[in-house]
Write a protein that binds this ligand. Sequence first.
Ligand code: MN
Length: 213
Amino acid sequence: MQQTYPFEALPLPYEIGALEPYISGETLEVHHGRLYNAYVYNLNKLLSDRPELQNLTLEELLRRSVRMPKSVGVPLGRYAGGTYNHVMYFYGMAPESSYRPPQGELARAIDAFFGSFDGFVREFTEAARAVFGSGYTWLAAGRRGLTIINLPNQENPLMTGLYPLMCIDLWEHAYFLDYKNDRAGYIDNWWKLVNWEYAEGKYEEYASARRRS
Ligand code: MN
């Protein structure tokens, strides 16, 4: 995500009903069309009178937000996080018909750190079920390898020195229309929609940034 200010909301990478029956078009209409767009709008509004931040990418803004005075850093983290996290969530899914398990370097790393793909799914599902209140469960990469991490609200692994590879949005707005309070059912069905090609691309971004540094 190399864009800088003014940020533009990205379109969904599939038709609005393409994730049905697991995630309805109605949910995506609210989630992508209204909530995500509001984060992008508020991020631009916050940056509009801060020219010193206008040439930074979302990743740089997120890394920097934790070192800024709270009066700027907190809202910046929320809006930049809400913008970045939602792109990762929407682009990290694809219609069930195109599902395939992870391949290549990422598949090998998952096996190395979690024992097997099934072991990883179990561990990630357990973490997602344990999220209290609003937040996301993340697969992230760092100096010690792959980690599963729960973060509240719109926080992002970049704020903790890790690089995000995939995520599930566990705010109620992500599933309430389709699942009511059955968050476990939403998590189970989300696995059928994971776009592993996207996560593999993020892992490649991480690996090449590490080779350069
Ligand atoms: Mn959301």
